[in-house]
Design a protein around this ligand. Structure first.
Ligand code: ATP
Ligand code: MG
Length: 306
């Protein structure tokens, strides 16, 4: 059974509900960050979910936080613990274990810090017509899905639910969050992407591009990595062995769902219910991505949490 919506029975106040997550207020410093099994494709949320997806996203994020902090010692993250606050009733806590984390409550910068290692999606469309990506001239003669000589940072605004994010220049980003923070966000984003790209490639996954979010710790003036990181939902994952230069690549995780939606004329339609075989194919892909990247099955990882 997929976990579509959390219900804490009023034990903690619900602060916000996004496309995939629900945020609860724990105290003045902490939030409970719950990841459901909801899934979106072509920017629309499906009616049913993918079992265990929220576990995969949460535990993969925690795996990355731990790896990245070893690689980048000056990196701070919002992660506190996978334990649940003691005020939560035992039966509810059992359902949330592994799909929720206690995180630092921070003021999130209104920026999507996007890093692209390979040219695809909207960047490819823009390059084909103008030779530019986010207003910057790129190397000539790049082919679709080719790796950039160096990863590029292409920030965008963080749109309200149901609206589209807009690409902005690094100058506009500096205008929105302030020069000092914008610089730090860009620098950290590129360092994190490079570390993750190298790690994943070794294991057989190409992280073509990814999105980070950062928050500000107002007491220490530190820029902190928040949200989920380097998951199939926040990144484009491609299979290294299936990679072919000069064409679009299959999505490691959402291809079965996207194909089914496209083949059935359901692309961009609201309230679509996925059939069981599409759910299962997607479920398997998420589990595979987890095992490939962390080196352990989801079940083994969950066992250790008990
Ligand atoms: P999507 O990621 O699918 O585009 P979304 O970002 O609106 O949608 P979710 O991912 O479901 O929504 O919810 C996560 C929300 O929590 C985001 O708005 C994110 O900015 C916010 N958030 C993440 N970490 C923190 C934190 N440490 N403190 C406060 N807010 C946070
Ligand atoms: Mg999100």
């Amino acid at each position: 059974m997929a976990f579509i919506k959390s219900d804490l029975g009023g034990v903690l106040p619900l602060l916000a509900s996004g496309k995939v997550r629900e945020l609860y207020d724990v105290d003045s410093k902490c939030l409970l960050f719950v990841t459901t099994d909801r899934i979106s494709a072509f920017d629309v949320i499906m009616k049913n979910g993918v079992p265990e997806k929220g576990l995969v996203l949460t535990l993969m994020t925690v795996h990355w936080f731990q790896y990245l902090q070893k690689q980048i010692p000056d990196l701070k993250t919002h992660f506190i613990s996978l334990d649940l606050p003691p005020t939560i009733p035992k039966d509810v806590a059992a359902q949330l274990k592994g799909r929720s984390m206690l995180v630092r409550k921070l003021k999130v910068f209104p920026l999507e810090a996007i890093v692209r290692g390979y040219i695809t999606g909207s960047a490819w469309s823009s390059y084909k017509t103008t030779g530019e990506v986010n207003g910057k001239k790129m190397t000539e003669g790049l082919q679709e899905s080719q790796e950039f000589p160096e990863p590029i940072y292409t920030p965008s605004t963080k749109a309200e639910l149901g609206r589209h994010d807009e690409n902005i220049s690094t100058e506009q980003a500096a205008h929105i969050v302030g020069e000092k923070y914008a610089k730090r966000i860009e620098e950290l984003s590129l360092r994190i992407y490079k570390a993750a790209r190298d790690y994943a490639k070794e294991k057989g996954i190409i992280i073509a591009d990814t999105k980070f979010e950062f928050g500000l710790d107002e007491e220490t003036d530190e820029v902190v990595l928040v949200d989920e990181v380097l998951t199939p939902d926040s990144s484009r994952f491609w299979s290294k062995s299936a990679y072919k230069l000069g064409q679009s690549q299959e999505s490691f995780d959402k291809q079965p769902l996207r194909d089914w939606l496209t083949d059935n004329g359901l692309k961009n339609k609201q309230g679509v219910e996925m059939p069981e075989d599409v759910v299962e194919a997607t479920h398997v892909r998420y589990l595979d991505a987890f095992k490939i990247l962390t080196g352990r099955s989801l079940q083994e990882t969950l066992q250790d949490l008990k």
